[in-house]
Write a protein that binds this ligand. Structure first.
Ligand SMILES: [Zn+2]
Ligand SMILES: [Zn+2]
Length: 634
């Protein structure tokens, strides 16, 4: 079928556009009138070009406005930086009518205007249906971006599919045309040859990451009658570890269900890529699935462990963030970054429970779990940003700190902390304080379960997007206080909204543990960190404010050539520094652009500490019982 543009006589055109103009006055009330149908078609006829081919077919209702705006999101939930997916969109065109699949149609070109960096406006005058086509380049294997190459197509819908402005709530259909021999899988796939899906709205379409390749494989297990799939696309040797890997995933799922109760979905899909490229790594949560990408092969011990740790974190998001969510989290405005004070809850507390669940699943022993938390404490307590940025303020920095593009030099290493480790520690300390103050009757997990019931399950649906409503920081504080049986507003004021050091001694004391601080290996303070991105040279990555390095005039980007008159390489940097002590004056030579700079570094007092959680030998039975309940969840 071709479009109907030619069949319309000019007189009708005038009448129609007059009606459309009248309708346009009442546009605010008519915006929600759904379109008759929206179908997304995805093809990939030349995988090596990395160009996904998208067609959006729209049937218009009577009285539709005279134009539709289509918009490419600027970012994707889960990673809050602006990426401007529109930068990879090319060859956008609008055509009158809809051409049936495999048919050859002669379609007229509709007027199309790019009205800003992310928006295209198509005229709908004189047509009852239209097709917008474009290509989008994708060559990043990541939970945020998409990749099409000779091996596979793997996409995050936000980076591929434009939405129709004011019509995100409308139902949409997806049809995928894969290259010959490639099979499609996502969390809604019922059959291996399935090529079309129906979604209640655009948000769920893009919350359904999809893998298309000839050679992915899948394992399945059931928990309480629900279906779990572990899809793996491996680019490296698995070393025979797949069966054990799937069993460990099942243990993680069971441990988390023991905490939360039955999940809402009927089926859940883990999509793993073992990229074996030494750089791709990510984990991204979705409503009924997760994308996990590891830089190595499953056969490598560290990669196996890392993939499980990520799976534990992402599966916790099934409840915390995908359903129980901050008030600002959906429906989303993709024209500007999301802003919430609650990412320390959404991500940080997920980090904490991701680790605790590795223990409860039987994959880490208690000592491993405590070691992991000690490492987080060491990281946070040594970070200069800890003294300057609260957990809530860190949440508001999300668009700048979590994988954000960095074209501009910043002082973020000195001023910011990440809401992941900071929220992890606030969550752990809060958990122990609730347990201690309530004599074991309350816990953070009880608070989370109550919030899930109150805000997700039982609140009236606030918008078209998901059940219930989001929570505010005040809601969270209230529920935490309720389960603790005491008012926690002072804790939140000091440790969530301000930067006061967490009450570790009190918190760990309740469970018969003690936090031991010792001076880190280096018996001095220089105040520099090396640039981790450049592993070849001895490049200074950041200089701590008010540090000996700053006093010596050193800058980020300087390349260290010699220390104490001796040439130096990256491998022996710490060793070389370790020969000196506080107060020593050390000649240092750095290269800055084309200049050679000679200066003197005067080392300061040791200011880096290591933290270790230890059992108190004479802990009371009550303390030991609280610790057991915390670690085991029983
Ligand atoms: Zn793949
Ligand atoms: Zn997360």
């Amino acid at each position: 079928m071709t479009h109907r543009f030619h069949q319309l006589v000019p007189r009708l055109f005038v009448v129609l556009s007059f009606l459309v103009t009248l309708a346009g006055v009442a546009v605010a009330s008519q915006q929600d009138q759904p379109l008759k149908s929206i179908t997304y078609r995805l093809a990939m006829t030349r995988p090596v070009s990395h160009l996904f081919e998208v067609a959006i077919e729209v049937e218009l209702p009577e009285g539709a406005p005279s134009s539709l705006d289509l918009q490419m999101p600027k970012w994707s939930p889960g990673r809050y930086a602006i990426f401007d997916f529109a930068k990879n969109v090319q060859e956008v065109q609008a055509l009158g009518g809809i051409c049936p699949r495999l048919a050859q149609c002669k379609m007229s070109v509709l007027p199309l205007q790019r009205i800003d960096d992310q928006t295209w406006r198509v005229s709908t005058i004189n047509t009852q249906s239209l097709t917008v086509r474009y290509k989008v380049f994708g060559n990043d294997l990541s939970g945020t971006f998409s990749q099409l190459d000779s091996r596979h197509a793997n996409y995050n819908g936000h980076s591929i599919f434009m939405y129709i402005v004011n019509h995100k709530p409308d139902p949409v259909k997806l049809e995928i045309d894969p290259p010959a021999g490639w099979r499609i899988i996502n969390d809604r796939s019922q059959r291996v040859d399935q090529r079309s899906w129906q979604f209640p709205n655009w948000d769920e379409l893009v919350d359904t990451p999809t893998e298309i390749a000839p050679d992915w494989t899948v394992d399945e297990f059931q928990v309480d009658g629900k279906r779990y799939r572990v899809v793996v696309h491996s680019f490296g040797d698995e070393g025979g570890k797949r069966p054990a890997f799937v069993r460990d995933i099942e243990k993680i799922v069971r441990a988390q269900i023991a905490m939360w109760g039955p999940p809402e979905f009927e089926a859940y899909t883990f999509l793993f890529h073992f990229a074996a490229d030494d750089h791709s790594g990510d984990g991204m949560e979705h409503l009924n699935s997760t994308q996990i990408i590891e830089p190595g092969a499953l056969g490598e011990t560290g990669i196996y462990a890392s993939a499980l740790g990520t799976a534990s974190h992402e599966f916790f998001h099934v409840w915390n963030v995908k359903r129980l969510r901050p008030a600002e989290f959906g429906p989303w405005d993709f024209t500007r970054p999301a802003n919430t004070r609650s990412l320390w809850v959404a991500e940080g507390i997920t980090n904490y429970f991701g680790h605790l669940m590795m223990h409860r699943a039987g994959i880490w022993d208690a000592a491993q779990f405590l070691r992991r938390e000690s490492q987080t404490i060491t990281g946070i307590e040594n970070a200069p940003g800890t003294a300057l940025m609260s957990a809530e303020a860190s949440s508001q920095m999300a668009p700048f700190i979590d994988g954000a593009p960095e074209a501009q030099l910043t002082n973020i290493p000195n001023t910011a902390i990440s809401y992941y480790p900071k929220g992890e520690l606030v969550g752990m300390v809060l958990d122990l304080i609730i347990r201690g103050k309530s004599n074991g009757k309350g816990s953070l997990e009880l608070a989370l379960r109550r919030m899930y019931e109150e805000f997700y399950v039982n609140s009236p649906k606030a918008t078209y997007y998901l059940r219930g409503r989001g929570y505010t920081p005040e809601d969270f504080q209230r529920v935490a206080s309720e389960v603790a049986g005491v008012d926690l507003s002072d804790f939140f004021a000091r440790h969530v909204r301000d930067v006061e050091t967490l009450p570790y001694d009190e918190a760990f004391g309740y469970v018969g543990l003690r936090l031991v601080r010792s001076v880190a290996r280096e018996p001095y303070s220089a105040g520099v960190t090396l640039d981790w991105k450049d592993e070849e040279s001895l490049m200074i990555g950041s200089v701590r404010n008010y540090s000996p390095a700053e006093d010596a005039g050193l800058q980020a980007g300087d390349e260290v050539m010699s220390l104490g008159g001796k040439n130096i390489k990256r491998e022996n940097w710490l060793l070389a520094l370790g020969r000196y002590k506080e107060g020593n004056r050390i000649p240092i030579v750095v290269k800055r652009d084309r200049q050679t700079i000679r200066t003197t570094l005067v080392l300061g007092l040791p200011d880096r500490f290591e933290y270790r959680l230890e059992e108190i030998k004479d802990a009371t039975p009550a303390q030991v019982a609280l610790r057991q309940a915390w670690l085991s969840g029983r």
